[in-house]
Design a protein around this ligand. Structure first.
Ligand SMILES: [Fe+2]
Ligand SMILES: [Fe+2]
Length: 216
């Protein structure tokens, strides 16, 4: 991809055109959620030193495919040639809306930066080794101003006070506990993501401890 192409996809013109298109694709409440995520992602990007234009674009477009029903999203995944987890395909097809949106947008707009495409792809299930942009979109999706659930205020108060990865882990933990409490199915990849970030958090704690004790 040339720099010029990427610049086009990060321009105000591209942003406004996709925003207008998105309004036609989503129900009003979902469109206003997308705008909330867009604002939250941009603010998080400013706080954590990430490219704000990429964050606002990924935030805006993350639910591009949210309006498909179960069968519609399965067909969409097949038509895009996605290789997906068979359990998710059968029992939790709506969670495919991240990967299908990413693949469809990348196909329709080849100049979209791959970082933006990846953040859209990963916003539903998370992934090990996420980039800062991936984590920002995930967190913005959970904390945008239109969301209201027990514990959200405590998470919002962490913004800017803890490193981004810690904010992501706390948010991921909250989402996971909430799903368990409500007896909901869990995406098969969740355990892998959870273990990856818990291990990293533990490693950080022992590195800090060693440093304090002068062992580093
Ligand atoms: Fe979503
Ligand atoms: Fe969302």
């Amino acid at each position: 991809m040339s720099t010029c192409d990427a610049h086009d996809a990060l321009s105000d013109t591209f942003f406004k055109a996709r925003k207008a298109e998105l309004e036609g694709r989503l129900k009003p409440a979902r469109f206003s959620h997308a705008l909330g995520v867009m604002h939250a992602a941009q603010e998080l990007a400013r706080t954590y030193g990430v490219d704000e234009r990429m964050a606002r674009l990924a935030g805006l477009l993350h639910d591009w495919d949210k309006n498909y029903d179960d069968e519609g999203i399965r067909q969409r995944a097949e038509e895009l040639g996605l290789v997906v987890n068979p359990y998710v395909f059968q029992d939790m097809p709506r969670l495919l809306h991240g990967p299908t949106a990413a693949a469809a947008l990348a196909r329709e707009f080849p100049s979209l930066p791959r970082e933006v495409v990846q953040a859209i792809d990963r916003h539903t299930a998370g992934a090990p080794n996420m980039t800062d942009l991936d984590m920002i979109v995930y967190v913005a999706d959970a904390l945008e101003p239109g969301r209201d659930y027990p514990g959200i205020q405590a998470l919002r108060e962490l913004v800017g006070r803890v490193p981004l990865e810690e904010l992501f882990l706390k948010t991921f933990q909250h989402v996971l506990l909430n799903l368990v409490e409500r007896c909901k199915n869990i995406h098969p990849q969740t355990l892998e993501v959870w273990n990856f970030y818990v291990d990293r958090a533990r490693e950080r704690v022992s590195a800090t401890k060693c440093k304090k004790e002068g062992k580093a």
